[in-house]
Write a protein that binds this ligand. Structure first.
Ligand code: F0G
Length: 457
């Protein structure tokens, strides 16, 4: 078979600004070892996120010129609505300025004290929006999903037995919603199988609990189903996505991922009463229901992006490019989440840096080292992001200490990725020199965005 090539040509380019290791050491220190504080011009390869960082196509850019900016009833909205209806089968479509705005609205309506929102794994903003209402977010990930080095085809699956037990323990009436995140971002970008979604749906129906999909990466997940699940090889990704959504009562989506948009999101659902309540909140917080928090041109870019992402040549290249980097690291002995996920490579910092205990944030320390070594910006998904404190103010570490290298869509070429692999392998070879970190300042929620840290000597 030939090399799987980028299924696009490049028409417009952006410069990368180079700096030296010595300069980056100073920059990292000034940023208090938090990569969110670094200016993007000081980054060579930016793998902080795949969110809003995609390269838009020439079609999307021309769609932007067609955007109709009418306050009410814009044709750009009706195109957006129809595209989402076609893919999801859900008739009620509510645009928002990004995924977390959709979450904020949904959980403001459904959340509240003594309620539990159950999931395979909630993304950090989803969890934060749930907890902001006084409710609790519960992650019930399958056992294999918690073992970074053990490959399995669907490590994003929800543990259905644990779900049943949780319902018996807390009572279905206290569980307003089950949310399946596809692919499971915080658990390694791992996919969820159709069989698992069906099984979760069955439990939901038996207990009268609605099911929502966090659909940010629905196309990548659908591609994995096509590749790995029996009975789906001959179905189109669009058909698979359609089936996936058919089991859900609604979805939230950040269009900054699989819709290749720089901004945007939506809520979609079947329930008229719920949609009415969501729209009422939408008008206060986001905007009129035919634009949400978006400009007409954004609605166009999202509609076109949602059609483009279902192109199977694109998805083959996309998933292969993540696997390519993952395999290079595996070959060099670097401990990574296996198998490769859909949008990112995850390095297991617990395994790579056993000399740094979780209380010294090994994954954050590793992310810093990748930056100084090669100007690569990644993100910690570990105890800085998910750690909590007990009553004695002692850190309860996260389940895993991961460094995520999220690959923006259609942005970097194979030689960029080769460079990334070289830098990671260099850091791996000198890993004993990496030092642990300590927090000197932090916010009460989503602290990883703003926390300030220093090295422990
Ligand atoms: N759900 C998932 C699974 C996500 O990955 C994200 C964002 C959101 C919801 C929220 O969407 O950013 O549009 O408000 N993830 C980004 C990331 C930020 O880097 O993984 P948003």
């Amino acid at each position: 078979m030939h090399t799987i090539i980028e299924p696009f040509r490049i028409k417009s380019v952006e410069p990368i600004y180079f700096n030296t290791k010595e300069e980056r050491e100073v920059i990292l220190k000034k940023a208090f070892f938090n990569l969110f504080h670094i200016h993007s011009k000081d980054v060579l390869i930016d793998l902080l996120t795949d969110s809003g960082t995609s390269a838009m196509s020439s079609n999307q850019w021309s769609g932007i010129m067609q955007g109709d900016e009418s306050y009410a009833g814009s044709p750009s909205f009706f195109r957006f609505e129809k595209t989402i209806q076609d893919i999801t089968g859900m008739q009620l479509v509510i645009p928002t300025h990004q995924g977390r705005a959709a979450e904020k609205i949904l959980f403001s309506v459904m959340g509240g004290k003594e309620k539990y929102f159950v999931s395979n794994t909630l993304f950090d903003t989803t969890r934060a929006n749930i907890e902001f209402t006084g409710a609790e977010g519960i992650d019930l990930l399958c056992a294999e999903g918690k073992l970074p080095s053990v490959p399995a085809p669907f490590k994003g699956n929800m543990d259905t037995e644990a779900f049943k037990n949780f319902i018996s323990e807390k009572g279905a009436a206290n569980i307003p919603l089950c949310i399946i995140t596809v692919t499971n971002n915080s658990g390694g970008g791992q996919p969820v199988s159709m069989q698992n979604i069906r099984a979760v749906k069955k439990i939901c129906v038996e207990n009268d609990i609605p099911l929502f999909i966090d659909a940010c990466r629905f196309a990548e997940n659908s591609w994995f189903i096509k590749q790995r699940e029996a009975g789906y090889a001959d179905k189109s990704v669009k058909e698979i996505a359609h089936e996936l959504f058919s089991y859900a009562d609604g979805c939230t989506m950040s269009a900054k991922k699989d819709a290749f948009a720089n901004i945007g999101g939506f809520l979609a659902m079947h329930d008229e009463e719920l949609a009415l309540q969501c729209r009422n909140l939408l008008i206060i917080t986001e905007g009129f229901p035919t634009y949400g928090g978006l400009a007409g041109r954004d609605l166009e870019a999202i509609s076109i992006g949602l059609e483009e992402v279902l192109d199977e040549n694109y998805l083959q290249y996309r998933i292969r490019s993540i696997e390519y980097l993952t395999n290079k690291l595996i070959d060099a002995g670097v401990p990574v989440m296996q198998p490769a996920g859909g949008h990112a490579v995850y390095i297991d910092a617990k395994e790579m840096l056993p000399h740094i205990p979780p209380v010294q944030y090994p994954a954050q320390a590793l992310a810093g080292a990748l930056y100084t070594q090669g100007g690569i910006r990644s993100v910690e998904i570990g105890s800085l992001m998910f750690g909590k404190y007990d009553e004695k103010n002692k850190l309860i570490p996260a389940q895993m200490e991961l460094v995520r290298l999220a690959i923006p869509r259609r942005v970097y070429t194979q030689s960029h990725i080769d460079y990334v692999a070289e830098v990671i392998i260099e850091v791996y070879k000198t890993r004993q020199q990496i030092k642990g970190l300590q927090i000197i300042e932090e916010a009460p929620t989503l602290r990883h965005f703003t926390a300030k840290l220093k090295t422990i000597d």
